[in-house]
Design a binder for this molecule. Sequence first.
Ligand code: GAL
Length: 421
Amino acid sequence: MFDYKVSVLALLLGASVHAGESVDVLHWWTSASERGAARFLQNRLADEKIDWRDAAIPGGGGVGAMRVLKSRVLAGKQPAVAQLIGPAIAEWADLGLILELDSVAKANDWNHVLSPTIRQLLIHREHFVAAPLGLHRINNLYYNVKLFRKLGLAEPKTMDDLKRAALRLSAAGITPMGQSSEAWQVATLFESLVLMEGGPAFYRDVFVKRNASAYLDSRFGRALSRLRQLRSYTNKSAREQPWSEVAQQLSNGQVGMVVMGDWFKGELLSMGQKLDVDFACASVPNTQQYHLYSIDSFVMFTGDYSQQDAQEKMAQILVSPAVQQGYNRIKGSVPVRRDLDAKAMSSLDRCATSSWQTFNKGKSVQAPSLVHRMAADEKFKDAIVAQVQKFYLDESISVQDNQQRMAAMVRALNAQEGNIE
Ligand code: GAL
């Protein structure tokens, strides 16, 4: 029945959030630290009377979550909020499904507090269409400090150091490197190697500009050879383990080193491991000065606009300084804001400080992660990731053959897009 008094009251309340507004949040954070970080956000939102109804879809790197999101939208059951990152945001925004967040952005000065690289990922046709959460660095090498001490090993700075460490670990009966054979995890390692061999400009030629001839370049060939070399330090029969299991292996000394995005640090910390006592973070050799990045963000689906107030409030809370600090500490990432004060800076550990400072040097040191959706559309990313895994698993494919295959694949994908070189 139409209740006149209630309606008038609602009108008078205007833009305020209704008591206990519920928002469905679809994301792929299911490991212990990821759940901890999501719970942190959930609690902060609860303080503001926003009830985060969790729709977590397992699958590292978001492979499953993206499928579920598509089918929910097709069925007309889109969530109020979804973890959506990189160029995919534009694809959804083009369909007119994403809420514009310009008023939140303006009121909270996102134009100044966010760096150009981050802003550009959130803006579509001159409107803010996503709220950023955290900045992840991908080109990290984690190692087990106790094992390294026991074997008298120093932090590997070059590939020769890494090789020496691998041989010593192996002689001591320890698998030198932990590595899942899951496609996105293999490709996460590989993109760091492309950065190592070619630097950010070459990396962009390969993954952003999709320049087919870059795949035939000797630097790309060297990155493929490095991938094989590193595989020889892993347990070659490793199955497609979740990345959080690899974190367990590093913490219990089953493996000595792991290359992974810094959500890995979040996971180690959530297991009670201590930085520089149990594990340490270094850069993938020869990439110290670079930042291979992935920026997590949430988009708000429009639906019938009935949740707009809660969605806008949520966007504002996510980017606020205190939430940025608390959330990113658990997640392993760093704040997206570039206006951190001395207190905020001193609360970052040394891995986080290095990530934040390096990224904020600007575009010349930055490389957008392909695997973590910063560089290209889903189709291109999936094709590259699948071929890298194939090459990794099947050692009968030569480096040169694989270069030819990938160059042909990129040419075909570009032609389909009408993007012929
Ligand atoms: C990335 C995401 C991170 C982390 C990781 C592992 O794509 O940006 O937040 O969750 O996957 O699942």
